[in-house]
Design a protein around this ligand. Structure first.
Ligand code: RFL
Ligand code: PHB
Length: 389
């Protein structure tokens, strides 16, 4: 098979890029290791920035997002006693949209047939070849036989564990990384949320987050040591812990119910540079990871895709090779700002094992400063809604 762009990975980054390229008449094929049902079973992000919503609008795939997504004009930080509301809409004129990654991915998947976007699911042993030159190709195994896609460009949208980043020679790539000494235990339940907006709380017992997917489906998180086992956390134990950590005001409004999903995700900050090598571009989690504090991961994947689509359309439609060459620097400038925001909010809202009374006082002072300073709130708000692309 021959195409212009071979996209590896059919998560949100790969499907968004595929649709954007198809809409501009650039030939592409997406190759995914898992089945479509498996991709949709992963419960992940819940908050979309304006830029992510705009991409869905531009594709004309925003009908369900518009009708079912919840616009949020603010969110709360909690310090164990009070809620500090960040009025994002008043401070920036913008809102974010609460809409699950699963739903966004489903909308992109459902449109593939109609838009002529070819996605090959269930592809085993996906490998990249000759990425340093102008004629790269991808091989994979399907139905027992090896298949090959010849392309001009390969885009790695295959997440943190995929093969694309690994294909860049070690002498070229540089890794910047911080692994955090805790994970987020998440619970999804069909109960009304305890607040109409999100609450990120820093309590003496640790971090918690009250989030949602809809008016009837809640998503909550608490941080736990990485040594914890999910089997040791009964639903009741999680609800009890949330009620303490979120503080009395939120606790009074919590509706408990059985978990429909429960898992522990490790936290990491990670950036791989460069995001282009030869004929390979990297987008989304394949090139970088943020801790989920601040809800930046999916949105960063979407802004990478925005830059990559622009560069590839300029290249295939107008022969502009500089656009592809400039992709990495353009994407990384925004990546590092989201990394900084996610890292600083993680530091502010979590207890680190080595923290003593001094670090605790610093957190209390910073939260009090934020509570009383419009300048501090504005800075948080403009990062939360998403910096411009
Ligand atoms: P994905 O979603 O991991 O998709 C990669 C796809 O590549 C496939 N793949 C392969 N395909 C072919 N060959 C191979 N060898 C392959 N290896 C892998 C995979 O099967 C998969 O289908 O990466 P992508 O598209 O870059 O999207 C990134 C986002 O998924 C991620 O950043 C977010 O989910 C992060 N995240 C959040 N981001 C937000 O913007 N807002 C949030 O509120 C938010 N909350 C979260 C999160 C991530 C979490 N976890 C579990 C890590 C909450 C959590 C708990
Ligand atoms: C979620 O709803 O899953 C969610 C919301 C905000 C975050 C992280 C995750 O910062």
């Amino acid at each position: 098979m021959k195409t212009d762009v071979a996209i590896i990975g059919a998560g949100p980054a790969g499907l968004l890029l595929g649709h954007l390229l198809r809409a501009e008449g650039v030939a592409c094929v997406v190759v995914e290791r898992q089945t479509g049902d498996y991709v949709l079973s992963r419960i992940r992000a819940g908050v979309l920035e304006r830029t992510t919503v705009s991409l869905m609008e531009r594709l004309g795939l925003d009908a369900r997002l518009k009708s079912e997504g919840l616009p949020h004009g603010g969110f709360n930080l909690a310090d164990g006693e009070r809620l500090i509301r960040i009025d994002v809409e008043a401070l920036t004129g913008q809102t974010v949209t609460v809409y699950g990654q699963t739903e966004l991915t489903r909308d992109l998947m459902d449109a593939c047939d109609e838009r002529g976007l070819e996605v090959i699911y269930d592809a085993g042993e996906v490998a990249l070849h000759d990425i340093a030159g102008d004629a790269p190709y991808v091989t994979f195994v399907r139905d027992g036989g090896e298949q090959r896609i010849d392309a001009r460009i390969i885009v790695g949208c295959d997440g943190f564990h995929g093969p694309s980043r690994q294909a860049v020679p070690a002498s070229v790539g540089q890794v910047f990384e911080r692994v955090y000494p805790f994970g987020w235990l998440g619970i999804l339940a069909d109960v009304p949320p305890c607040n109409h907006e999100l609450i990120y709380a820093n309590h003496e017992r640790g971090f918690s987050l009250a989030s949602m997917r809809s008016a009837t489906r809640s998503r909550y998180y608490i941080d736990v040591p990485l040594t914890e086992k999910i089997e040791d956390w009964s639903d009741d134990r999680i609800w009890d812990e949330l009620a303490v950590r979120l503080g009395p005001e939120a606790a009074a409004q919590i509706t408990r119910g059985p978990a429909i999903e429960k898992s522990i995700a490790p936290l990491r900050s990670f950036v791989f540079e460069p995001m282009r090598y030869g004929s390979l571009l990297l987008c989304g989690d394949s090139a970088h990871i943020v801790p989920p504090t601040g809800a930046k991961g999916l949105n960063l994947a979407a802004s990478d895709v925005h830059y990559a689509a622009e560069a590839l359309v300029a290249f295939f439609r107008h022969g502009d090779a500089d656009a592809v060459a400039g992709y990495s620097a353009r994407a990384l400038a925004r990546v590092w700002k989201s990394e900084r925001f996610s890292w600083s909010l993680t530091k502010l809202m979590h207890r680190f094992p080595d923290d003593g009374p001094f670090e605790r006082r610093m957190q209390v002072a910073e939260l009090d400063y934020i509570a009383n300073s419009e300048a501090a709130q504005r800075s948080i708000a403009e990062n939360y809604v998403g910096l411009p692309v």
